[in-house]
Design a binder for this molecule. Structure first.
Ligand SMILES: N[C@@H](CCC(=O)N[C@@H](CS)C(=O)NCC(=O)O)C(=O)O
Length: 214
């Protein structure tokens, strides 16, 4: 029997890691209530947020199951937990599952953090040391090249559309943050357009409604 899933809530902002969760929930057709957390205004350090995630980062989700409240943070943990329960986006078969988890990890530990660092050094930082810019942009180029090569002869990052694609998409959607041109990676660009044409992805990228982060 599948455990019940009640009062699903998500603390999000218009950020790539948040969009992983909103895309996931839209793909799974889940009802959820969004609590916007403006990270540019520092709202992630409010005591109420730190009580949910001591790391002070979003996304965070909470729900009730069999009367017990669950709180979960870290986008990767959320993707795996809900895909597993739904029996979708993460195959049960061992080889397909291993491959899906490996490419999900490339998105979680490579694409996301490296793009975030490149965004910092090329745009947000008040000083932009040339070595830091070169270093972080080169690391993003490497991961883009890897994803582009992977997608040369396949539609998705691992087998069918999966949490690997969901984990990668919102960061590729912010390729302009990294200065690395998506157009120089045609397979990745084709994948980006195909994934972006999914109605659930379009809906998920628009959460929280009306919020934009340049
Ligand atoms: N590894 C975490 C990273 C979460 C993360 O860095 N979230 C950003 C928004 S995309 C955040 O909360 N930034 C505010 C801060 O670090 O204070 C995950 O995948 O959930």
């Amino acid at each position: 029997m599948t455990a019940s899933l009640d009062d699903l809530e998500a603390w999000l902002w218009a950020t790539p890691n948040s969009n992983r969760v909103s895309i996931l929930f839209e793909e799974l057709g889940l009802d959820y209530r969004v609590h916007p957390v403006n990270i540019r205004a520092g709202e992630q350090t409010a005591p109420a947020i730190l009580a949910l995630n001591p790391y002070g980062k979003i996304p965070i989700v909470a729900w009730r199951s069999e009367g017990v409240r669950h709180v979960l943070f870290e986008s990767g943990a959320i993707l795996m937990r809900f895909a597993e329960q739904a029996g979708r986006l993460l195959p049960p078969d061992s080889t397909a599952r291993e491959e899906t988890l490996a490419w999900t990890m490339v998105a979680l530990t490579g694409l996301g953090p490296l793009s975030g660092q490149a965004h910092h050094w090329t745009d947000l930082a008040p000083e932009k040391p040339a070595a830091a810019v070169r270093h972080t942009v080169a690391l993003v180029e490497r991961v883009y090249r890897t994803l582009d090569g992977r997608l040369a002869d396949r539609e998705h990052l691992a087998g069918d559309y999966s949490i690997a694609d969901v984990a990668a998409y919102p960061w590729i959607a912010r390729s302009h943050w990294t200065t690395v041109p998506l157009s120089a990676h045609p397979n990745l660009e084709r994948w980006f357009r195909a994934v972006g044409s999914r109605p659930a992805v379009a809906r998920g990228m628009d959460v929280p409604a009306g919020v934009r982060m340049a």
